[in-house]
Design a protein around this ligand. Structure first.
Ligand code: NAD
Ligand code: UDP
Length: 314
């Protein structure tokens, strides 16, 4: 059955891939975005798609673009560089924006999907992280505007679920990468790919032994869709459990790009989590989901995009 779906943050990296996936399932999509960290080029290919509608709007203000059958709420700066530059905007979209998006779901009595984050776990003391872990977050640290906005949003989603009986879903997303990431958002994959393709030094923060687990965007979006169709309203981790140090990640980027770049060590930003890996047992059991694309394969699939993006800035 095809329905009209609303996607906040739909012109961003993940949002635009979600719009593509929903359109591919024959739905109509209303994409709402203020282009704070997203780009119209991410949805340019949908310009002539009759089932796609773009509304440029700031969701920290109440909004209503007509009846919809599902609300996907993804709007929020997501990279450490972006949420540092836009700290107040991040707190507002993760509070006022979440209320406004939930009000739409409440008004039309439809399901609501919230994109939360592994940052809810902070610098985790439990490893790997299960969705039942409450986290180890610095409430006033340099990541707090993002981490706490997401934790606040999760609490708001649960309050609407319990009080107003809104049918809600919460995904905790772990580091996801792929085509359409902004080249300059400061995240490790675009940084390393850009540096490798330009022949610049790869910047390793700290000693490079901190870990992350990287999920290719197509796997992540498949996980979103399965969770969206499930009945689970408690948080579910969607991410790739293969864990890499940043040194290992740099090595793979050099291999995939064939670059001769060297490594340059720079100071570790404060509050940078030392390790991160999802326990995806719940997603596997509940949704039959697991990621299929390895980091090396995913970087190969992303290479053309990063090469064109680097050439466009040359
Ligand atoms: P992104 O910056 O590419 O996309 C976010 C989008 O939200 C942008 O298009 C931006 O313009 C829009 N936006 C921000 N504030 C808005 C506002 N007030 N009104 C309307 N639109 C607004 O980031 P992304 O990587 O695609 O992340 C999407 C979502 O997934 C975010 O909620 C993020 O917290 C979450 N997430 C992403 C990752 C990841 O690895 N990419 C990891 C964890 C969580
Ligand atoms: N990082 C790095 N070099 C860079 C950018 C990031 O070593 O040029 C490190 C960063 O310190 C962190 C990891 O890579 O430990 C992942 O950073 P990213 O910003 O991609 O995501 P997050 O820290 O939010 O997981």
């Amino acid at each position: 059955m095809s329905v009209r779906v609303l996607v906040t943050g739909g012109a961003g990296f993940l949002g635009s891939h979600l719009c593509d996936a929903l359109l591919a399932e024959s739905h109509s999509v209303v994409c709402v975005d203020n282009l704070l960290t997203g780009r119209s080029s991410n949805i340019e290919h949908l310009r002539n798609e009759t089932r796609f509608e773009f509304q440029q709007a700031d969701i920290t203000q109440p909004f209503d673009f007509g009846a919809v059958e599902y609300v996907f709420h993804l709007a929020s700066p997501a990279s450490p560089v972006d949420y540092t530059n836009y700290s107040i905007e991040t707190l507002k979209v993760g509070s006022l924006g979440t209320f406004n998006a939930l009000e739409v779901a409440k008004k039309y009595r439809v399901r609501f999907f919230f994109s939360s984050t592994s940052e809810c776990y902070g610098d985790p003391l439990e490893h790997p992280q299960k969705a039942t872990y409450w986290g180890n977050v610095n409430p006033i640290g340099l990541r707090s505007m993002y981490d706490e906005s997401k934790r606040f949003s999760e609490a708001t989603v649960m309050a609407y679920h319990r009080t107003h009986k809104v049918d809600t879903r919460i995904v905790r997303i772990f580091n996801t990468y792929g085509p359409r990431m902004q080249l300059n958002d400061g995240r490790v994959v675009p940084n390393f790919m850009k540096q490798a393709l330009r022949g610049d030094d790869l910047t390793i923060y700290g000693d490079g032994r901190q870990t992350r687990s990287f999920c290719y965007v197509a796997d992540e979006i498949e996980g979103f869709l399965r969770l969206a169709k499930s009945d689970e309203h408690l948080p579910v981790n969607i991410g790739n459990p293969n864990e890499f140090t940043m040194l290992e990640c740099a090595e793979i980027v050099l291999r995939v790009t064939g670059s001769k770049s060297r490594l340059r060590f720079e100071p570790l930003p404060p509050d940078d989590p030392k390790q991160r890996r999802p326990d995806i047992t719940k997603a596997h059991t509940l949704l039959g989901w697991e990621p299929k694309v390895s980091l090396e394969e995913g970087l190969k699939l992303s290479l053309d995009y990063f090469r064109s993006a680097v050439e466009a800035t040359a």
